[in-house]
Every structure is written in C-alpha cells, then in structure tokens.
Design a protein around this ligand. Structure first.
Ligand SMILES: Nc1ncnc2c1ncn2[C@@H]1O[C@H](COP(=O)(O)OP(=O)(O)O)[C@@H](O)[C@H]1O
Length: 168
C-alpha cells in the first residue's frame, strides 16, 4: 500500500509521521528531494528547490509499501491520501515560530484557508481516497493515531468538513 500524507507546510506532517508506528517505510520526501537532488532548479528568492516530480516518481517507482510525507505527496500515486489541516492563524504562528519569513507564513495560511491542498488531493485522487484530519487542537501523538486509523481503514474517508474561510 502507498499512503500520501500531505498538507500545507506547518500542519504537522513531519512531526506526526515521525511518531507514527507503522510497517510502511516512511519517506520524508522534502529531505529525499534534497539528498537525491530530485529538483530542477533552486529558487533563490524563495530559498527553496523546485521539485522534479518525474524524477521523484522514478525514484519512488517499485516502492509499494511506503508512506510519503510532503506538501507535494498528493501529486503522486497513492492508495490513500491523508490531508492534515490546521487553522490558518495557528499555522501562521507555527511557521513564524519555526523561523519562516512572515510573508511566507501568511501566504501558507491563506493557502490553508482556501483549501488549496485539500482540493488538489480530491481532484487527483477522488473523495473516497482522501482522509482529512483537523490537526489544529491535537497533539502530535493524537495526529499520528488519526493517521494510523486512516492507514488501517479504521475510519471513513472524508474531505471538506473543515472550513477556515473566516481567516480571509
Ligand atoms: N500537533 C501539533 N501541535 C502543535 N504544534 C505542532 C504540532 N505538530 C507540529 N507542530 C509544530 O509546528 C511546526 C511545524 O510542524 P512540522 O511537523 O514541521 O509541519 P510540516 O511537516 O507539515 O511542515 C513545528 O514547529 C512543530 O513543532
């Protein structure tokens, strides 16, 4: 089984998947993109690398029992897509606290308020394969438990239950 754990930067993907007790091979894709040089160019202005999704797909090819964690993970093949959500104000606070520039933190908060990643996940994979988790008031262990439930099929798929538009 291949599981994607996606969500706007700051929703807690890395923290929760590091706590996850799973038989799946957990891949922190953003680290792999750096280490394996799976990017097309470096965006100096945004201090980030532009992922080469074709190279990523090739690198992942044949790895079936894997959990791919990244804000890009929903753009890849997956049997189940877990989308972490976080209230934009809390997301913005977390990103600033972790050292992101204020403008970038706000841009991500607005993207979260607009359901950008959730909508992309539903468009690419269909609602019945998307497991939305509102992680706002959950501790990392609780989020990891929710992800484990989605992997095990112990909860139903859900998408669109979260509404953060009042942030805009
Ligand atoms: N459940 C949580 N509750 C509160 N803060 C969290 C939670 N999960 C992560 N954080 C904090 O939020 C920031 C972003 O978490 P991280 O796991 O890096 O998110 P992502 O991988 O989605 O970008 C980190 O500073 C982390 O300590």
């Amino acid at each position: 089984m291949r599981v994607a754990v996606t969500g706007t930067p700051g929703t807690g993907k890395t923290t929760a998947t590091e706590l996850l007790d799973t038989d799946l091979d957990v891949v922190h894709l953003n680290d792999a993109i750096e280490e394996e040089e799976l990017y097309t160019e470096v965006d100096e202005a945004r201090d980030s690398k532009v992922a080469d999704l074709e190279a990523v797909r090739e690198w992942l090819d044949g790895r079936d029992n894997v959990l791919v964690e990244s804000h890009l993970a929903h753009l890849l093949d997956a049997d189940r897509v877990v989308v972490l959500r976080c209230a934009p104000g809390e997301l913005e606070r977390r990103l600033v606290e972790r050292g992101e520039p204020a403008a970038k933190a706000r841009e991500n908060a607005e993207s979260e308020a607009l359901d950008v990643i959730l909508s992309e996940s539903v468009r690419v994979h269909g609602e019945r394969n998307v497991y939305e988790i509102d992680a706002t008031d959950r501790d990392p262990g609780g989020v990891a438990d929710e992800i484990a439930a989605a992997i095990a099929g112990d909860r139903d798929p859900s998408a669109g239950d979260v509404d953060f538009t009042d942030y805009l």
